[in-house]
Design a protein around this ligand. Structure first.
Ligand code: HEM
Length: 401
């Protein structure tokens, strides 16, 4: 068995600021071995932190598999294990094509007016001069409402979906999850599955929603089957809001910590696109790629891995790699080029990218236009106790006219 890494990816210091540990990972030269046991029984994960290796691993469908069901003991494979993100082509290609139209250019452009209305409503509730928790009052509410509409979930049920999502994300966190977190994962996955199955069976989701769209496809083409439909819905719940919540929270924190950059953006709102990309690079909402396994012997990053080994693409580290980004620890709203990997790469590249960008662009556009000053109340904001995702638990701020 390889030597476990001595770099601590689970400490309180790491939660506050993971970048020194990422620099250590990169300085180590070779990939590092993170021991952990998950429900598949796999014993550890190879961590890759250099931009070139991370980009290659994310893109590679030849030598790297995402088929999680290969590892889960027979009889225990669930719809989760067979969802889009855990499949290889050609099954992946077939399922992705079914839902891609929901995230197309025109579809998202049509949603922008509604997103702008939602943002305006949330902003109208903010009292200038009063301390508010930006996470609770804004960053969570916006993506949660948007994804509820997309899936076809009644908005009153979204708080429950949020709790289940939180348990799932914590349970999957290979660097930090405990036995308790893993057991909560199993319970929450069961409850989420039951909830979604009932929603799918009710067959009364609003027109245009994911559930209604998949039901129409099933009636016309006899696919996707119930398990595939369930898998797509589970994925959308998991992927569709927490990452955007983190982008909004960390994005505002960047603007507060680098007031000169916030001023540049105020002076030239046309920089919004590059600013959002820089937020995604600087504090990537998903810090490590999801489940991946070597198919055969695999040469990468100066080592040869055996077949069946788990590999993790550390996106948060790659996005601060000095070999790709000059002055990687400088937050620059005009950074170009900015080939960050926050949305992944290759066939599994984020399907919701366009939507997430639209939400951030509209949110920051309206916030900066409405408030002349945004003041950070708590100089040491509290990060969530997670290492797979990076996002704030709370962010106390005061908005002023
Ligand atoms: C800032 C926000 C977001 C970030 C940073 C993000 C990041 C990512 C990343 C890195 C992946 C690839 C993971 C891997 O290859 O291991 C991914 C996949 C995915 N994301 Fe996102 N995501 C965001 C928002 C969204 C939203 C809003 C949705 C949908 C409403 C969404 C839906 C998906 C789906 C369906 C996949 C799987 C694609 C596939 O396997 O083909 N994401 N996302």
């Amino acid at each position: 068995m390889p030597q476990p890494t001595s770099i601590d990816l689970s400490s309180e210091d790491f939660i506050r600021d993971p970048y020194p540990a990422y620099r250590q990972l990169q300085a180590a030269g070779a990939p590092q071995w993170l021991p952990h046991v998950d429900r598949t029984g796999t014993e550890g994960i190879w961590l890759f932190s250099h931009y070139r290796d991370v980009a290659r691993i994310l893109r590679d469908t030849q030598d790297i598999s995402k088929d999680l069901s290969k590892l889960v003991p027979a009889g225990q494979v669930t719809a989760f294990d067979r969802m889009l993100l855990n499949l290889d082509p050609p099954e992946h290609t077939r399922l992705r094509a079914m839902i891609a139209p929901l995230f197309g250019v025109r579809r998202i452009a049509n949603m922008e007016a509604e997103i702008a209305d939602n943002v305006a409503t949330l902003i109208a509730r903010i009292e200038p001069g009063k301390t508010v928790d930006f996470m609770a009052e804004f960053a969570v509410a916006l993506p949660l409402g948007v994804v509820a509409r997309i899936i076809g979930v009644p908005s009153r049920d979204m708080p429950r979906l949020r709790v289940w999502t939180d348990h799932l994300i914590s349970g999957f966190d290979s660097a930090r999850s405990s036995d308790e977190a893993r057991s909560r994962l199993v319970t929450s996955l069961g409850e989420l599955t039951q909830y979604l199955l009932e929603l799918i069976a009710a067959d009364n989701a609003p027109e245009g929603s994911l559930i209604a769209h998949l039901s129409e496809l099933r009636a016309d083409l006899d696919e996707p089957d119930t398990e595939e439909t369930l898998g797509l819905c589970i994925l959308m719940v998991l992927a569709g809001h927490e990452t955007t919540v983190n982008l909004l929270g960390s994005g505002l924190l960047c603007l507060l910590r680098f007031p000169d950059q916030a001023q540049r953006l105020r002076d030239d709102p046309a920089m919004m696109n590059t600013a959002v990309d820089e937020m995604l690079r600087f504090e990537s909402p998903l810090q490590r790629g999801t489940y991946r396994i070597t198919q055969g012997r695999y040469k990468v990053g100066g080592v040869v891995l055996e077949p069946g080994q788990q590999v993790s693409a550390v996106i948060g580290a790659a996005n601060r790699d000095p070999d790709e980004f000059p002055d990687p620890d400088v937050f620059d709203v005009g950074r170009r080029p900015n080939r960050h990997l926050a949305f992944g790469k290759g066939v599994h590249k984020c399907l919701g990218e366009r939507l997430a960008r639209a939400e951030a662009r509209i949110a920051f556009g309206q916030l900066l236009a409405r408030f002349g000053e945004i003041e950070m109340v708590d100089e040491a904001p509290c990060w969530q106790d997670k290492t797979l995702f990076r996002g704030l638990r709370s962010l106390a701020v005061r908005f002023r006219e």
